[in-house]
Design a protein around this ligand. Sequence first.
Ligand code: PLP
Length: 415
Amino acid sequence: MTSPVWHPFTQHGLGEPIPLVTHGEGAALHTSDGRRVIDAISSWWVTTHCHRHPRIMAAIAEQAGRLDQIIFAGWTHEPAETLARGLTAIMPPSLTRVFYSDSGSTAVEVALKMALGFWANRGEPRHRVLVMEHSYHGDTIGAMSVGARSVFNRAYEPLLFDVGTLPFPAGDGQATLDACEAACRAHPAALIVEPLVLGAGGMLFYPPAVLAGLRRICEAHGVLFVADEVMTGWGRTGTLLACEQAGIVPDILCLSKGLTGGAVPLAVTMASEAIFEAHWSADRARMFFHSSSYTANPIACAAGAANLGIWRDEPVLERVASLGRRQEARLAALSGHRAVRNPRTAGTIAAFELGAAEGAYLSELGPRLLAHFRERDLLVRPLGNTIYVMPPYCIDDADLDRVWIDIAEACDRFG
Ligand code: PLP
């Protein structure tokens, strides 16, 4: 019988097999036909520590025995309070407010609405948003609008709002900074960026100095600076936040994915006191008009609070540093291969382009690479001909070796 399930980013017409996963453990997933699959992309960049971290699983089970769900408009609960307090303790001190939502896309929608609400409530409405070329911020209409126009959203383009696009930083990034300076003179509401690494745009990296420069220019012009750390946050680039490497703090910060260690869906948009204050009033028309049914779900918040406990009590950044070094060594060993172009690492992420073709998402190579990795029980999901490895931090040397051996074979076979 065919399944009624309609999968995301999946062309069902290709008839590719869809494995049934029964359980996860450490850096691996197990399928119903008895295969052990190494999760080399952290199940779409969410699984930070490992699958089923005992502390997060215990927190979920305990919370499930107390309170499953409660409206969050005008009500609160302990896991949401604990997590928010914990976040304000480890994130930059000027980010004093925590707004909950459910995914990276909704964290971005909330950020955009906060930014526009800030200006509207100050009586100086501003609507234009600046973005970086090749960005990806999610798949809802607002998040798509601030992302690159591409095959991902061509069919919906008439619905997307217009934005100002800064060129992706090349070299020292001066052209990007000049473009930002010029665009800021027209008083846009905000700039939204993926700090240091553009993920879905092709694992494109740019230097901290450019990020710091963008922040400086926005500050000088009074333009709100939104950091989308949905992918880069929680240690992925070597530090808790990628922004740290540039020594900057945004006005608004989007977090999701690793917020619960990747166990259950949850997101936060953290904001400075000024953004909160612009909405603070006895006038109900100035409140922040955003919610979803499951805002701050108690079970998800309990998982988030447990994740903060892991960050507090376990040597997470040491694991991140170790994984970064091991990734670097394996990529370096492969970088002499004739088919490997632009090898690069950022923290725990290693990426390169395979072959001469440009890195378009619909590259013909994509499905062949997917099949190659699937046959070898490896979860690697190239972005076109861009191959990247971004595993859970717990991956051991034996599994990491296998990942890179299979990638080397792909280079021999398709390069
Ligand atoms: N922002 C960034 C930088 C992302 O990488 C992603 C997803 O990969 C999103 C936002 C959207 O997150 P979600 O898929 O949870 O909606």
